[in-house]
Design a protein. Sequence first.
Length: 278
Amino acid sequence: MMKFFRVVLIAVLAAVLISPETGMAYRLVFRHRGPYHLTANTALLWDPVLNQRYFDFGADREVFPASTTKVLTALLVLENLPLDRYVTVSQHATQVPQTKLGLRAGESYRVRDLLFGLILKSANDAAVALAEAVAGSEGKFVEMMNARARQIGAMHSHFANPHGLPSAGPQFTTASDMALIFTQALKNDFFRQAITYKYLVIYSREGRRCFLKSHNRTLFLNWKRHVFGKTGYTIEAQSCFVGYIPKGNDMLIIAVYGCRRRWTDMKYIIERYGHINL
């Protein structure tokens, strides 16, 4: 009888671990088991070339995107504006809550410098200023965001603003969708380079200086390798991150959402399931 139950259990586990759509084996983790208790509500470790999920913990579950939203914002800006064009900051852009660069109405910045502020410092005022420069208004830019997300294949996401702060309207994504959006952004040379910087200084056309320090703590930790990407945090979303780590000639995309210990979660997933020693 015990042998029969063991056979049944093995069959059930096999059915769960094989995707019915792709036949791809997914490795799962249970937070109450193993050497580390994962704090993330959802997580993904994915090879975009092989389309293989090395780790999938509720990666299609809806979550708040927080500032990982800015990956999509940056992508649209890069697809629609020249990097050396100057953008004049509106009064509306200065009124968005923190975190921000402290932009002043009437100042002008090059698109590339506002993008650095958006990506490194996660500046919400830069997000609005860039959105208005692309589409004429924040609302029209949001329409572009949702249309572009669908084009990429992020079918389970809806964005309400260009920065990811809480909104009265619906705003959600999934780790899987953000991995797709991030992979698309990586095709742009500027974005791929920008996420590697620890520090930068940018200047307005009028000469005012802004010092930038990346929010990506993995660039400052004593790890053997860096993980490049975009952070996010709100009370609703908790800590989150979407990014990549090189592996040989390829890379693995990692997305974690709803974390209490974001960096420790990422290190655990990358080492255990990506077999990369950090």
